[in-house]
Design a protein around this ligand. Structure first.
Ligand SMILES: [Mg+2]
Length: 323
């Protein structure tokens, strides 16, 4: 993202606050009632639903020139990405997506073929993950904006929040990280099947999907759970694209894996006693890589530990939407 200009830094502006303090600020004192099991502060809101299940509810948008460039992307991928991001948030709660409504703003001079392409991508993604698109809204605007609200459901005993990480838990990540800008950010596969496998075969204490970068999203789990973490840098799974982009400089590739946004992998914690069994069972049954990258600590800090045991403290950074 571009650097803040002097004007934007002026106090009292959106940019002066930053994304996460802004959310805290705006959502203070929202009205609620006992049908809301968990409101603001996780990947989805959790609502009372049936005896066995909760309903999940979330929303996410993609904006031209922020999340994609019109000329660089096949319109199918724009539609796919817009819905897949929402599905990823349902996966992060251990749930299954069900219904979506799609609001879309389009420039008046955009070709109909382009719009058809966007919808083909939306429909393809919906069909692949069992989501029914059941409504939406359209408007005219100079940039393409797609805002989707999604519903999902989760067995009560399978619900995973960000807030359950405990001292000594092992930290795991699916897939490989970094360099998503090369391709993965528009072709990633939301980890619905992997989340289902996890909730069926182990007790996941905390989970989030990586949208803003490993360290940034890890910090959401740590803050919500009131704990810290040590990451073993030699274990972090770095994607081939991160290596390629970094000109095969290992330090730069690691930096990308730790901070690049839009990987949409699952980051979660499991108790130390359950971790070995999970790894073994996962490797027998799933193709998606699963890597143990560190452990949860009582101290509310984040340390990166290298192969020689040297530790450095880091202040999580990543993709800040208003900087
Ligand atoms: Mg998320």
């Amino acid at each position: 993202m571009k650097k803040k200009t002097a004007q934007e830094k002026k106090s009292g502006t959106v940019a002066s606050l930053g994304e996460f303090p802004l959310i805290t600020n705006m959502t203070r004192n929202l009205q609620t009632d006992d049908s809301v099991v968990h409101g603001v502060g996780d990947d989805c809101a959790v609502l009372k639903y049936t005896l066995q299940k909760y309903q999940l509810f979330s929303t996410d948008m993609v904006i031209e020139d922020v999340h994609f460039k019109r000329d660089e992307m096949n319109p199918k991928y724009i539609g796919y990405k817009a819905l897949a991001r929402n599905i990823s948030d349902i996966a992060a709660m251990g749930g299954d997506p069900t219904y979506a409504v799609v609001s879309i703003a389009l420039p008046g001079d955009l070709s109909l073929d382009f719009v058809k392409g966007i919808y083909a991508g939306l429909k393809g993604c919906a069909a692949r993950y069992g989501v029914l698109i059941i409504g939406g809204d359209t408007a005219q605007h100079e940039k393409i904006v797609i805002s989707i609200a999604i519903l999902g459901e989760v067995e009560k005993q399978h619900l995973v929040l960000r807030s359950g990480a405990k001292e000594h838990d092992r930290v795991f990540v699916t897939g490989k990280l970094g360099g998503s800008i090369m391709k993965k950010h528009y072709s990633f596969k939301p980890r619905i099947a992997e989340a289902a496998f996890l909730t069926q075969h182990t007790k996941v204490n905390a989970m989030i999907d990586i949208s803003d970068g490993l360290l940034q999203d890890l910090s959401h789990i740590l803050v919500a759970s009131g704990v810290g973490c040590v990451i073993e840098t030699s274990r972090v799974p770095i994607s081939p694209d991160a290596f390629k982009r970094a000109g095969h400089d290992e330090r730069k590739a690691l930096q990308a894996a730790l901070t690049d946004g839009e990987d949409f992998e699952l980051l979660f914690t499991v108790s130390a006693s359950k971790a070995p069994h999970l790894l073994e069972k996962w490797k027998r049954e799933l193709w998606t890589p699963l890597t143990e990258i560190g452990s949860i600590t009582k101290t509310k800090k984040v340390f990166l530990r290298d192969v020689d045991g040297q530790e450095i403290e880091v202040v999580p950074s990543g993709f800040h939407h208003f900087q």
